[in-house]
Design a protein around this ligand. Sequence first.
Ligand code: GLA
Length: 374
Amino acid sequence: MQFLENFNPTLTIASPGRINFIGEHTDYNMGYVLPTAIENKITFKFQKNESNTKCNVYSVGYKGFSLDLNSISISDTEWENYILGVLKEISKLTKKLKGFDCTIDSNLPLGSGLSSSAAMECGLAFGLNELFNLGLSKMTIVELSQRAEHSYVGTQCGIMDQFASVMSKEATVILLDCQSLEYQYIPIDIHPYKIIMLNTKVAHTLASSEYNTRKQECEEGVAIMKTQNAHITSLRDVTRAMLEVSKQEMKETVYNRCSFIIDENQRVLEMVKAFKENDLKAVGRILYEAHYGISKLYEVSCPESDFLVDFAKRNTSVLGARQTGGGFGGCTLNIVHENGVDDFKQKSAEAYKEAFDIDLEAFEVQPSGGTSML
Ligand code: GLA
């Protein structure tokens, strides 16, 4: 792109991906989540240009595109919608946005359940907020980025990913209550264990539509239970006893979805307790339990993720494992003793290659800080 010839960036922003220890699909059900940012990130460089409305965006590996702030609409090129959606949402809040040039580079594997989407949205919003002094709070950046994903990308996501990308702090996980948006930083020290991610390298195309279907199924469950319990507005208000009372009135699938969410919220609180008591065995057990639910009740796993979690169970250096993120592939999160990490990576890679003929990617992550200026 032409702007690259005279590119003189004045601002660099790093926007991280995230892992979620526990609390999957609970965010849009107004429950609890326990995510944190990781070191893998998307880096943005910005400069203002002379124009009032012309913007140029270049992403390494995806080429680039130009746009006019006065005529933003959904693009046929998927990744452009992360940019366009954020610009549209910012324009609704302020008139201060003007022409800019931007380059984007990433060491965050895309489509791997580590939330490259939120990193993209939040990094752009954070950067433009600085560049044009827009005066948006961090929480506004989180919320406008979530809205951008709803309206421009089409995934009716919860708030976890954007929140984790912006608000995380090093060496902690965030206990976020997605109903009240109250949050606490929980320090974690899992020495001598490590967090090892195994990237299945599969990103099933169904993910976005199935995601929205899960959300609808949960809403269906809530609507049925509401006839008996008028105060219920989300699965957050539902107890196991209420679910059992309404079991006969709902499809088995809807029952299973609700059942998973009720347990998953409980698991978040249990895991926080386990971290506070440094009970890493419990942390591991909860991960395995969660994966069972992800796979059999919420049905957002896939053969590749199930294979890796089952394989981890047979390794005595691993305390626990589960698929992390929206599902249908992406990464599994594994808690592995430092002495067994190399062996675990190697054996998993060999077995995975034999089973699926895919080269597994394995890497360590650490709880890291949120979106920041470099
Ligand atoms: C995706 C969504 C999040 C959350 C997770 C599942 O990452 O963006 O809002 O629902 O899936 O926990």
